[in-house]
Design a protein around this ligand. Structure first.
Ligand code: C2E
Ligand code: CA
Ligand code: CA
Length: 525
């Protein structure tokens, strides 16, 4: 069509405007989306950091609790072993010390020379919570006053207060800083501090720990919504497709974001139970199984729990995962267990879950009316992690026992609390950690510990299970000490459900009601 020159120009201008409007709207929408993703990311970062800092400092508090309960009040040489032992088992604690009110070291689990001063940069003089510098290393010091006027102190490395998996690199890199209640920086890290770069257009989020008053701040550069790129694409219609694609990608969580990955896996039911048989070594019968979770990725790889359970625990997703796992297990074993009431099924329950009344409802809901009976269910509480709340945990244990379930203390011998927690918690079963089973034949100390535990169990009518049994010599040692329940690679590794159910069919005959219903091979005559 032949238009005069100026009309052509107007038509082109109108065309650009009409074509551009949706693109501007689209650009705006995209910008909001990117911003929201960024805000999401840093909010998660700060919330997780606060949780992590709380957990680390709680562990230090527990270590001080133990020293207090055991009457540790002075630097007497014969008590230094206790100091070292508690420091070793409290994983987030670097050193335990007794110091003067002025911060001079009197004794230390690391044998730091007495008299050395713990320097406190701009110290606030608060001996219960302060920042401490030793050389280039920084620590948070938690303290507790002793009757003598001296202080019991625990040092937690500043680095431990940062998230293990701060998102790094990429457009959503966050920079995290943890500060004392008075504003001094304890530790910072993650991506490069974006405040130091010139383009200081930033997204920021802050959270504060209620327990210790520490604050966590996260910063990230505000992602610019690719405006320049969009203008370019307005000229070239083909680029619109690219924009749509980008929008689509942005709405999906970044796949290498570990928490997002785990959330997705949970929704997709990728956490599946494996079953490790527990056997009676005096009668060679099957007693039941312990459920050990595995992550079966879409490509078929099987990931062991050590690689993801800590992240589930830090994010609180462990509660959902456990709930789902219990239901899945129930559905998988209900037929086999319905006809075998002598078999038990054990679940690993994290300490935070064991301090919540909801656990009781969840167990009741999962097993209250199916064919797997509540009396077949065992809940394992590990001694490896510090107990979250002794009173609440004891209440939950009693309520579970009220339903007819049994409660086992797991990894006995590895934790801080030892015998005292066994006594206080009133559990039905203790599981002796592999560590002791391994050294049974060649270390007098382990044998003594095991014998003490067996005696204690007998007096309190508890069952004992030996964990991680790998050879016949160990079986003989266990039998000699009157332990009849065991679990370990010698008998079977954790098995996928099909193999476990096949094993049951092969070696554990269902219980029959009437004599005439007996398996033909067992009928007399
Ligand atoms: P755990 O409860 O102490 O489980 C026993 C671990 O020892 C399992 O490791 C098991 O595969 C391994 N094991 C069993 N027999 C032997 C043996 O003879 N030799 C050796 N070397 N190892 C043996 P796994 O499956 O990797 O689980 C590790 C830990 O992850 C468990 O330790 C438990 O604390 C945790 N976990 C597993 N499933 C769950 C779950 O559903 N929830 C929670 N909260 N934690 C879980
Ligand atoms: Ca266990
Ligand atoms: Ca264990």
């Amino acid at each position: 069509v032949a238009l005069p020159g100026w009309k052509k120009l107007v038509a082109i201008a109108i065309g650009i405007l009409l074509g551009g409007l949706p693109l501007i709207g689209f650009n705006f929408w995209l910008g909001t989306l990117i911003r929201r993703q960024g805000l999401d990311d840093i909010s998660i970062s700060v919330a997780r950091s606060v949780d992590i800092a709380d957990v680390r400092l709680d562990q230090a508090e527990r270590a001080l609790d133990i020293l207090e309960i055991r009457g540790f009040t002075s630097c007497a040489p014969e008590r230094m072993d206790l100091l070292r032992q508690v420091a070793l088992t409290a994983t987030s604690v670097k050193d335990l010390l007794i110091i003067t009110a002025d911060g001079d070291i009197l004794c230390s689990s690391l044998d730091v020379a007495p008299g050395r001063h713990l320097s406190v940069p701009g110290g606030n003089g608060d001996p219960t919570l302060d920042l401490v510098q030793i050389g280039t290393l920084r620590f948070v010091r938690i303290g507790r006053r002793l009757p003598s006027g001296q202080w019991l102190a625990a040092l937690v490395s500043a680095d431990l207060l940062l998230p293990l998996t701060a998102s790094q690199g990429g457009p959503f890199a966050t920079w995290v800083s943890v500060t004392m209640p008075d504003g001094r920086t304890i530790v910072e890290g993650g991506a490069q501090n974006p405040a130091t770069s010139a383009t200081a257009d930033l997204l920021t989020a802050t959270a504060r720990s209620n327990r210790y008053g520490l604050s966590v701040t996260a910063l990230m550069p505000k992602p610019s919504g690719g405006v320049v790129w969009l203008i370019g694409s307005a000229v070239n219609g083909a680029a619109v497709i690219g924009v749509l694609l980008l929008g689509w990608i942005m709405t999906r969580r970044r796949p290498n974001h570990p928490l997002a990955d785990i959330e997705r896996a949970l929704a997709a039911d990728e956490f599946i139970p494996y079953y490790q048989p527990i056997v009676d070594i005096s009668s060679a019968r099957l007693l039941g199984a312990e459920v050990l979770v595995r992550w079966r990725k879409p490509d078929g790889t099987i990931v062991p729990p050590g690689a993801f359970v800590p992240l589930l625990e830090q994010s609180g997703l462990i509660l959902d995962m456990t709930r789902k796992l219990m239901r899945r297990v129930r559905d998988e074993i209900s037929t086999a267990y319905g006809t075998r009431p002598h078999l038990s099924v054990s679940f690993n329950i994290t300490a935070q879950h064991f301090a919540r009344e909801t656990l009781v409802e969840e167990v009741q809901q999962a097993f209250g009316q199916g064919s797997v009976r509540l009396s077949q269910v065992v809940l394992e509480l590990t001694e490896r992690q510090p107990l979250q709340n002794m009173t609440a945990t004891r209440r939950v244990i009693a309520a579970l026992q009220g339903l007819g379930c049994r409660v086992a203390l797991d990894d006995v011998g590895t934790g801080h609390s030892g015998l005292s927690s066994i006594l206080k918690l009133g559990v039905d079963i203790i599981k002796i950690d592999k560590l002791f089973i391994d050294s049974l034949g060649n270390e007098q100390n382990s044998a003594t510990i095991i014998e003490t535990l067996v005696d204690l169990a007998r007096n309190m009518r508890m069952n004992v299970i030996a964990e991680g049994v790998e050879d016949f010599q160990q079986v003989a040692e266990l039998r000699a000490r009157g332990i009849s329940s065991a679990q370990g690679y010698l008998f079977a590794p954790p098995l996928p459900s099909q193999s476990f159910l096949a094993l049951l069919e092969a070696i554990d005959l269902p219980e029959q009601t009437g004599g005439d219903k007996l398996h033909p091979l067992l009928r007399a005559g």
